[in-house]
Design a protein around this ligand. Structure first.
Ligand SMILES: C[S@@+](CC[C@H](N)C(=O)[O-])C[C@H]1O[C@@H](n2cnc3c(N)ncnc32)[C@H](O)[C@@H]1O
Length: 472
């Protein structure tokens, strides 16, 4: 290990920053967040630093006038020295003097002259994550920082502060240190912590009081998150979906959830497949409901993964109602529904001032006695129609809409496996809808998009990059 990571307490301490440009301003922002009292030495400073000086947050010493003593004896007065914008000679002189004075120094982009380096920071004050590469790969540090940013809940700092408020109360009711540690471990995994992370502090405080007084166990209650995971491309997962997948003890998923998405599930989570495998029957909705309740009652955090959005043709409403009736805490995590994901991947605007004043999502599922949509109403709108689950009935859909007055030449796009590497976008017209599906051998999952805007879809074949193809 080339550097030892330490967190420096700079509250109220004098720091020196050499330079008045963007580099210096960036470091000043950090120093001020840490409560330091910076002095800037520069021949000229940018507008941001001038404003900080005007507000009395930094002292600017320009030229010889008012400049601090930059000999090593003078530098000893500072807790930290940052050389942000200096020529090599000046930087070396600072480095030598700082070493002699035994004051930590950071020279921007010169690890060879520095005794300390600034790490990449993920800031959920008071929780801080610092990442360093000892100068080996700053771009990799930036990438890691983005990934950690995405993973950590935005209210993590509030959670730490919440726990701090109860530290002495918990110490009073749990005097044994091992039991106290177990209490806190279960607390951070439990429903009260989740309330804080969801921004429901008032409820969390009441629940915490019950917990501290021993009226409930820290993590006895399980929960279910109905998680929309989008149409297939894992880049379209939301941060919240990702967190739920990383938090879950049990993950329940079905046929539309591909391996690329499952790769983001916590490795040691139990995975339960409830979809239809070739030759096997799918688990019935009643069996899935019962499974979710049983796992939650056993105290698990369950993530029920749903393709697209749970509330768009996803039976999310039914599952939510069933779970709530069983007294299970339910969280709904919205996802990018197939219509918006596939339309973007095909370069097809669902609404457009020239072609469509609205968009309507309809199910094409008409088997097993399901009621047919209001074809006359659909044919009469100037909406883009997006038909989910319509592949098997494509010919009927085309015929019904034409019978009810829609132009046979109305443009149609059929998008199979949208946003995935196997994506196919096939264009045709309403009159040829059934033939288009048959000729391109489309078996789903696929969307049928009908309306003048569908003419803007870019045809594509498997293996093409969905995003670049849409904009080529
Ligand atoms: C049971 S519905 C679920 C819809 C999902 N809840 C959503 O919001 O996208 C399944 C249908 O969604 C559509 N679908 C889902 N993913 C798709 C994809 N990647 N490409 C095309 N259509 C998709 C298909 O019409 C499929 O038959």
């Amino acid at each position: 290990m080339r550097y030892l990571p330490l967190f420096a307490d700079l509250e109220g301490r004098e720091c020196l920053v050499n330079g008045g440009g963007e580099n210096a301003a960036r470091k000043l922002r950090l120093l001020l967040r840490a409560g330091a009292r910076p002095t800037v030495v520069a021949s000229a400073v940018n507008a941001e630093i001038r404003a900080l000086a005007r507000d009395g947050k930094v002292r600017v010493a320009q030229g010889a006038d008012g400049a601090p003593d930059l000999s090593w004896r003078g530098l000893a007065a500072f807790a930290l020295i940052v050389v942000a914008d200096a020529d090599s000679g000046t930087a070396k002189a600072y480095a030598a003097a700082a070493r002699q004075a035994n004051v930590p120094i950071n020279v921007v982009d010169r690890p060879d002259l520095s005794t300390v380096v600034f790490p990449g920071i993920v800031d959920r004050d008071p929780i801080l994550v610092a990442i360093g590469s000892a100068g080996a790969a700053p771009a990799l540090v930036r990438r890691l920082r983005e990934q950690i940013e995405a993973l950590l809940p935005s209210r993590l700092g509030q959670l730490a502060q919440f726990a701090q408020r109860f530290r002495s109360a918990v110490a009073g009711t749990q005097p044994d240190s091992r039991r106290r540690r177990r209490f806190w471990e279960s607390f951070f995994d439990g429903p009260v912590a989740r309330l804080v992370l969801d921004g429901r502090e008032h409820q969390a405080t009441n629940a915490m009081l019950r917990l501290v007084n021993g009226e409930t166990a820290p993590s006895s209650a399980g929960s279910v998150a109905l998680v929309g995971v989008g149409p297939g491309d894992p880049d379209l997962l939301t941060l919240r979906a990702l967190r739920a997948m990383q938090d879950a003890d049990v993950v329940v998923y079905d046929r539309l959830i591909g391996d690329q998405i499952l790769d983001y599930v916590r490795r040691d989570a139990e995975r339960l497949y409830v979809g239809k495998a070739r030759g096997n029957h799918a688990m019935s909705q009643e069996e899935i409901n019962a499974l979710l309740v049983a796992r939650a009652r056993a105290g698990h955090r369950v993530a029920r993964l749903k393709g697209g959005d749970p509330f768009v043709f996803g039976r999310g409403g039914e599952e939510m109602a069933y779970l709530q009736a069983a007294g299970i805490a339910v969280e709904i995590i919205p996802g990018i529904t197939a219509a918006t994901g596939c339309a973007a991947a095909a370069g097809l605007p669902l609404t457009h001032r020239d072609y469509a004043s609205g968009v309507t999502f309809v199910t094409g599922h008409m088997r097993d006695g399901a009621a047919e949509p209001d074809w006359a109403g659909l044919a009469a709108t100037r909406h883009t129609l997006v038909i989910y689950m319509g592949v098997a009935t494509a010919d009927i859909i085309g015929e019904r809409l034409v019978t009810h007055g829609m132009r046979p030449a109305t443009p149609v796009a059929v998008i199979e496996n949208g946003t995935r590497p196997e994506q196919i976008v096939a264009r045709g017209t309403l009159a040829t809808l059934g033939a288009t599906v048959a000729e391109r051998d489309i078996v789903g999952p696929a969307l049928i998009v009908i309306g003048d805007a569908a003419a803007l879809a870019k045809e594509s074949v498997p293996g093409a990059d969905a995003h670049t193809q849409a904009y080529a």
